[in-house]
Design a protein around this ligand. Structure first.
Ligand SMILES: [Zn+2]
Length: 234
């Protein structure tokens, strides 16, 4: 192929794509500064200081293994770039359990280990494995936590001794237990996120809180957002 023709083709390709794609060259020498610069670029692009290896493998210019080797570990590379380590060490049990609870409510079923890769999950498998050894054990501990104490909403200040004894919003655990009792489906129409991921469940006061209804298991029910909206329009 004649050089001018090649140039024409390249120009054409550039015009069509409006950009050149970067081709990774795993063995090309790369400096620490280049890696740090690229980590910051990906961070800016994502608007996040947390970059997992998986995300970097997708968006970064260099190999994850190259970055880890140069700095000793992936987290050390992130630190050197002034970013946050991707595996937060000090996650509390409460935070890990709350994440399971939110996934469970959203999915309408017990979350699987593979659901931890879902963007909805705040944590990956690693903090669960570090704390509980494995996912099954994490779930068992979660159930104990979810079924423990705190069955009503926090008590309203004693000073005003009105008839109302409970706060309006159920605690996370109370919400979860109401949904669990109702099989994570709407009490009116039966919709469940387990069958239809677009379904969003709410916990509703049967006797409205504004009319003296308490925030307790017996006065709470699971409704989908459509039925909940329908009810408040009545
Ligand atoms: Zn419904």
């Amino acid at each position: 192929m004649k050089p001018w023709l090649l140039n024409q083709l390249l120009a054409l390709q550039e015009h069509m794509d409006n950009q050149f794609t970067f081709v990774k060259a795993p063995n090309a020498p790369v400096s620490e500064d280049e890696i740090l610069e690229d980590l910051r670029r990906v961070s800016d692009e994502l608007g996040s200081e947390k970059i997992t290896q998986r995300i970097y493998a997708e968006k970064g210019k260099f190999d994850v293994s190259t970055a880890s080797r140069k700095f000793g570990s992936w987290n050390k590379a992130l630190e050197a770039a002034g970013l946050k380590a991707s595996n937060v060490i000090n996650v509390t049990d409460e935070e890990l359990f709350t994440n399971i609870l939110e996934l469970w409510e959203h999915l309408g079923r017990q979350p699987r280990r593979s659901d931890l890769t879902n963007p909805l999950s705040k944590y990956s498998q690693s903090p669960y494995n570090r704390r509980f050894n494995n996912w099954t054990n994490a779930l068992q501990n979660f159930v104990v936590w979810a079924n423990g104490e705190e069955l009503t909403a926090p008590e309203v200040e004693e000073q005003e001794k009105t008839e109302r004894k409970t706060g309006r919003d159920p605690s996370l655990r109370l919400r979860f237990r109401v949904m669990q009792r109702d099989n994570f489906s709407c009490k009116h129409c039966g919709a469940s996120p387990a069958k239809d991921p677009s379904v969003v469940l709410h916990v509703d006061h049967i006797v409205p809180w504004s009319k003296g209804g308490k925030t307790i298991m017996e006065n709470l029910q699971t409704l989908c957002s459509k039925c909940n909206l329908g009810k408040s329009n009545l």
